[in-house]
Structures are given as structure tokens and as C-alpha cells.
Design a binder for this molecule. Sequence first.
Ligand code: ATP
Length: 282
Amino acid sequence: MESKLGSRLPDYEVIKPLGRGAYSYVYHVKYRSTSQEFALKIIEKQVVVQKNLTNRLLNEIKLQKRLNHPCIVKFYHSFEDEDCIYLVLEYCAGGELFSYIKSEGRLSEDETRMLCSQLVDGIDYLHNRGILHRDLKLGNLLLSEDRTLLKIGDFGLAVKLSNYSEERSTLCGTPNYISPEVVNRQPYGLAADLWSLGCIVYGCLTGNPPFESPDIQTTLLKIKDMSYSLPNYLSDDAETLIRSLLSWNPDERLSIQDVKNQPFFKSQFFSTLDTRTLQSPT
Ligand code: ATP
């Protein structure tokens, strides 16, 4: 892929590869005429056809291009050539929150509060627009170079609901983060993202998501049985937040507004985040 990029993308200088996803290659690039840096996600058309990804990709582009929030990876534009589709995205130099936690072991409550309050702000923005992300996980949260700014990425599974109480039933998401109603193939709505938020907060504070197991079947069984433990080093506020998010019944789970009022986030000031950006748009 890399050797052909120069001739395919004369307007961009490829700085370095950032990684590969299941269906994509991602590069750190510089737009030559403005020197602005981006993450360029490249998807081969052949793969889109083979894996039946057309709808997923069109959905990702349609949804993400309309979003504009400091806690969401900015989608600038997309283009295509004969072989590939290219998505030009905001570059997040700090990489995935998942990798950061793996390198640190686990995060302090202060750092978790600082990062997760941005995640809460981003989810609030999405849910206010009736958008259910459906794949919130440590690997889909990207960081600024100094790891103080967090951005929600990967909108491949996101859906726009026609109203706040609409429910979906497709089984999708990443096993470690999916809610019992999704596992049980029950209709689910915005509360499914709140369950994932609980798994992410737990993952930040302990190093691993709560239902992690060597195999997927065991993970799904643990979710159905609500089988997880809270380490004794967690504060009461952290424990209460996690328990209230990992509520089996989606109707009893905290809403995103409730989360903002939780004592764990008490010192975090939410709406000022609107003034922060990693880089200004072209
Ligand atoms: P999957 O395709 O299974 O969801 P993934 O999320 O790792 O896996 P991609 O989203 O294609 O797949 O990302 C591939 C790699 O590129 C990841 O390591 C990710 O951290 C990195 N990456 C993706 N988007 C950006 C971005 N905007 N800024 C910086 N790095 C990014």
C-alpha cells in the first residue's frame, strides 16, 4: 500500500503509517499546500465489496461529516480513486486510549475524570442528536499528543435514531463493551452507550474492561451474569458511578445527564470543553 501512495496522492506527503484496522490502513499525512496534518484512512474498494461494507462505510461518512464537537474526531472530507476510498480525519497524535492505558497499567482517578468527562461531553452531543455510537471502547477513543484531550472516533456502527426512545436490535459492538440487552438480542437504545461508558471508566481505573476473558463466549456469559468485581482501591464515588452505569436494566441505568451530576465528576467543568480543539479546520 505504502509504495503506491506517493503517486496516488500527489497533494499529500505521507509522514508515517499509524496502523491498520480490520478493513483499513491509516496514515499520518500532511496536505502539501497548507502543511496541515491529518490522519488519512484508506479503504480498498475490493475489500468493501468482498466484506459487504458499502452501507457501513456510507453510514460512517454521512454521520461523521455532520458532527462538529471538540470531543469527536473531526471528519474533513472523503474522496476516491479507481481502487480506494480515502477519509481525511483530524490527526490525534496521542493514539488510542487503549494503548495509553496498556503502557501505564491503569490511570489515576484524576486522569480518568479528566479524560472521561470529555467522553461524557462527546456522548452528550451525540445523544442530543439521537445518535447511538454502538462501538464505544478504549480502542475507539483517541488522544492529543499530550494526552489531555480525548476524541471519540470510528462511527462505522453508529446509527441515527428517529426519536430518543427508538430502539434497535442488531447484535453489534465489541464483546467487552456490549450491554446485556444487546447480548440478549433485546431491543436497545441510547442506554447501550452508557453501559459501554461504564466499561470504559472501569477500564481506565483498573487497566482492563470489567468482563474481559480469554474467549468471547466467556465474556458474553459474564455480561449476562453481571459477573465482575470492583477492586478495593476504587473510591466510593468511582464505585457508585461504575455500578450505576453497569446496571442490568437499561431503564435503571444513568442517562448521560445523570452521569454529569455524579459525585465522581463533581469537580469537572463540562461545557468549557467547547472552546478546545486540537487544530483549526481548513
Ligand atoms: P477496526 O477496524 O477493527 O475498528 P481500528 O479501530 O484499530 O480497528 P482504524 O480505525 O482503521 O482501525 O485505525 C487503525 C489505526 O490507526 C489504529 O491504531 C488507530 O489508533 C489509528 N488511527 C485511526 N484514526 C486515527 C486518527 N484520527 N488519528 C491518529 N491515529 C488514528
